[in-house]
Design a protein around this ligand. Structure first.
Ligand code: ADP
Ligand code: NCN
Length: 221
């Protein structure tokens, strides 16, 4: 949700994860003159139609087709020791309402804060287009409720995060979850133990798993 702490968390993850790129949904707002004005008199910024989601999807697909090239083009230097692991973070307030993207994520997180906190945090923000008086209660909050209800009704599974926790706690929680998810993926892509066992040399099969295993497929979330 707006002001849940998405950008703050994303920036911390970006610094901590190897070969990690980010796409911000806010970068895909349509120009102001293309934003509809509702019956309520407010410009309808908080609806999916105000975002160029096709362009955002194209950007995700550019990453999927070559994470290495995408990383280089965005100034992310690929770490040789983790060169098989690539992670794409998508950060935004309407990520789970656009069908073509919904099934592409490997993990979906949803940061929430109570109404009063959200309204307060929002009042401290300076958007490129400042909120007119009454926008939060008249448009932002009702649209948040509408899209969230639709998402839940459509059975989109998300990991809810309590945005009232400290920045550090949220960062640790999500970082750990992503690292576990990478570990599980590397185990899934490892040779099946059901196959006939090959003779093992000294030390094989008893090594410690590293926190950041190489994944054979790019990971997005
Ligand atoms: N865990 C947190 N606890 C308290 N304040 C936070 C936390 N995370 C972010 N904030 C503050 O809330 C405001 C919105 O954060 P931001 O990350 O920009 O949210 P979003 O990207 O979801 O709109 C900022 O003032 C930020 O410093
Ligand atoms: O970034 C912009 O150009 C912009 C212009 C007008 C409005 N916004 C607001 O940006 C909000 C989403 O961003 P965020 O960081 O609060 O999740 C959304 O609630 C919009 O009302 C953003």
């Amino acid at each position: 949700m707006t002001n849940g702490g998405k950008t703050t968390l994303t920036n911390s993850l970006l610094r901590a994860l190897p070969n990690c790129c980010v796409i911000h949904q806010d970068d895909f707002f349509k120009p102001q003159d293309q934003i509809a004005v509702g019956e309520d008199g407010f410009k309808q910024w908080d609806v999916l139609e105000s975002l160029d989601m096709e362009a955002m999807l194209d950007t995700v697909q550019a990453w999927l087709s070559s994470p290495q090239k995408f990383a280089r083009a965005h100034g992310v230097s690929v770490q040789p020791e983790a060169s098989d692991t690539h992670i794409l973070l998508l950060e935004g307030f309407l990520l789970y309402s656009y069908k073509p993207l919904v099934d592409l994520y490997s993990r979906r997180y949803f940061l929430t804060v109570p109404y009063e906190e959200c309204k307060w945090r929002r009042s401290t923000r300076n958007y490129t287009v400042p909120d007119p008086p009454g926008l939060f209660d008249g448009h932002v909050w009702p649209m948040y409720q509408k899209y969230r209800q639709e998402m839940e009704a459509n059975g989109v599974e998300v990991v809810y995060l309590d945005g009232m926790k400290s920045r550090e706690e949220l960062f640790r929680e999500v970082l750990e979850d992503i690292q576990n998810s990478l570990l599980n993926r590397s185990q899934e892509s490892a040779p099946s133990p059901a196959r006939p066992a090959r003779p093992q040399g000294p030390g094989r099969g008893c090594g410690h798993r590293t926190a950041r295993p190489a994944a054979s497929q790019p990971d997005s979330m």
